[in-house]
Unconditional design. Structure first.
Length: 194
């Protein structure tokens, strides 16, 4: 089994989503784990890099092939293609995903590579993969009408073909019973990986 662990929390060692995603990945396997920290080195698509990012690398011009954002997109896509299981640590920031997680999505959505257009609409190409989303929030209830992170992420993963998505939530961790909620999420991770 090959696992890709993607983290987007800016809280470093204090991050609950990082703690839980690491614990889950360790319980699932002790080998073939790739860690991607989106808080370090993730580019935002610019008008200059957009064309290169969207084109498969074999079809690019020399200038497009030299584009560092396109090269990063290639690496991120390859990580997804190789992984059997994806574990995403996804905090809720201001009701939505961290900017780095959205930037990652912009880089891995490539027509003809991770999805394709058909006469019936877009079709994801990254099939037969399992994704776990470790959704953590300070106050926003995961799955509520003000949670714009988890429905967006589930939709995006489905768009690129990853339809088997399971959410582990620790929401309202800054409330009075926050530690209890964190503990419940830890226990759920323990049960999932057993």
């Amino acid at each position: 089994m090959s696992i890709l662990v993607i983290n987007s929390s800016i809280r470093g060692d204090d991050s609950i989503s990082r703690e839980l995603s690491l614990k889950l990945s360790e319980k699932l396997t002790d080998k073939n784990v790739v860690h991607r920290d989106l808080t370090k080195g993730i580019d935002f698509i610019s008008s200059e890099s957009m064309a290169a990012v969207r084109i498969p690398k074999d079809d690019r011009s020399a200038a497009q092939s030299a584009d560092s954002t396109a090269q990063l997109a290639d690496t991120l896509i390859e990580e997804l293609q190789v992984a059997d299981t994806i574990v995403i640590g996804a905090p809720v920031y201001n009701f939505g995903p961290p900017a780095s997680l959205k930037a990652w999505a912009d880089l891995v959505a490539r027509a003809g590579t991770t999805f394709q257009y058909t006469e019936n609409g877009p079709e994801g190409l990254l099939e037969n993969k399992k994704a776990y989303v470790i959704a953590v929030s300070g106050g926003t209830k995961i799955g509520s009408e003000i949670d714009f992170m988890s429905p967006w992420l589930i939709h995006f993963l489905g768009f690129i073909g990853i339809k088997n998505v399971e959410i582990v939530s620790a929401d309202g961790v800054f409330s009075q019973d926050g530690e209890e909620k964190i503990q419940k999420a830890r226990q759920k991770v323990e049960r999932m990986a057993a």
